[in-house]
Design a protein around this ligand. Structure first.
Ligand code: GLA
Length: 382
């Protein structure tokens, strides 16, 4: 082989490696499966890259059903990755911040790591002070899900399934969970969650993607403009467990009914802001009766014009400003994930609902089907 040909081969191999690591491998209108590594137990983990007809791409790994990357256009059509994520399975094993992952069996916190159901007390793991966070020690974010490409009416779809066995992390009932991610040609990522159980249980599923609409390595998200369609939020105690009150947002730093910079009140002298170390609160969405799915939040990034709208069938959304990110986690392309370098809008039932009979119920019984939908819609403003 000539020297020049050898260099072309080497450069090609390097390029392929970079593309595989960033998941940038699917042709428009197709889905591509590749290896994402192995768990320490030797279980194979895959990466599915779904590309819609516009070339918008989402990469999803079977490890935790996590969204690894999501490339959407800015106002000039330039694609950039707008979510935090890791280049391989090892990153997800050390993912203490639940970046991109599916969360279950119960998203957010259950107070004192226990709840009562049908007169029986269930004891869970205390993995967040005195409380249970995001399903316990080994939540759905650490499971290897079974994946299947399925036909979509519009765009590309991936089905993920997982059986959470009776008593897993202390929760009752064999829970069959199905999550379908659809990347639509309208540049929307739809997540449809469903589940059935064989014993009375509680369930609250979500996705924990961290967004920065300005793209990777672009600093903090404090200049993003946020609107949340909520007149009330659920104030918390020092363990971030809701007190039970539904508090009016008017006159507080939690009033996002009109588009407001995320950073404009994030350091204010407010008891709830201090308890959260910024925003880490559940908002009570203003859903209209009979509306099948409602707009929950809208975010605009002024420099790039990128817009994210969150639509959901759920009653709440956890707005979290990455207060616990401290630069320790290193993501794709070696970027350190620093405080407030991303935000989360986790659609959900309210935290600690199993201990709060006044909140919308999270109970699921045999014969019933849990079914919720959340859509992340992307566009750009001039
Ligand atoms: C949720 C919680 C936060 C934090 C993150 C993950 O948003 O409410 O307190 O635990 O998850 O780091």
């Amino acid at each position: 082989m000539k020297r020049s040909a050898l260099w072309v081969t080497i450069a090609g191999a390097i390029l392929m490696t970079i593309m595989a690591a960033s998941g940038a491998t699917a042709k428009p209108g197709s889905t591509k499966k590749s290896s994402f590594g192995k768990t320490p137990d030797g279980e194979a983990v895959d990466l599915y890259t779904l590309a819609n007809k516009n070339g918008v791409e989402v990469a999803i790994t079977t490890y935790g059903g996590s969204v690894v990357s999501l490339k959407v256009p800015d106002r000039s059509g330039r694609l950039d990755d707008v979510v935090l994520g890791f280049a391989s399975v090892d990153g997800y094993e050390n993912n203490t911040s639940y970046i991109g992952a599916l969360i279950g069996r119960y998203g957010n916190r259950i107070g004192h790591a226990q709840f009562k159901l049908d007169g029986k007390t269930y004891t869970l793991a205390k993995n967040n002070g005195e409380n249970t966070l995001h399903g316990g020690t080994k939540g759905f974010n650490k499971a290897v899900w079974t994946a299947k490409e399925i036909p979509a009416k519009d765009g590309q779809a991936l089905e993920l399934t997982y059986l959470s066995k009776d008593d897993e992390e202390g929760f009752p009932g064999n829970l069959h969970v199905r999550v379908v991610y659809t990347l639509e040609d309208s540049n929307a990522l739809e997540i449809e969650y469903s589940a059935t159980t064989d014993k009375d249980t509680v369930i609250n599923l979500t996705n924990h993607s961290y967004f920065n609409l300005a793209g990777p390595g672009s600093g903090d998200v404090l200049g993003h403009l946020l609107m949340i369609k909520a007149d009330r939020f659920t104030p918390v105690d020092s363990g971030l467990i809701p007190t039970g009150e539904l508090r009016d947002v008017a006159g507080t730093p939690f009033d996002f009914r009109k588009p407001t910079e995320i950073g404009s009140r994030i350091n204010s002298d407010d008891e709830q802001i201090k308890l959260g170390g910024g925003y880490d609160h559940n908002f009570v969405l203003n859903r209209k009766a009979g509306e099948p799915i409602s707009l929950a939040a809208r975010v605009v990034e002024p420099k790039t014009g990128r817009v994210l709208e969150v639509w959901t069938t759920e009653p709440g959304v956890q707005f979290y400003t990455g207060n616990f990110l401290d630069g320790t986690l290193k993501g794709k392309a070696g970027i350190s994930y620093t405080k407030r370098s991303a935000f989360c809008l986790e659609t959900q039932h309210f935290p600690d609902s199993p201990n709060k009979p006044e909140f919308p119920s999270t109970e699921l019984k045999p014969g019933q089907r849990y079914h919720t939908t959340t859509i992340y819609k992307f566009s750009a403003e001039k």
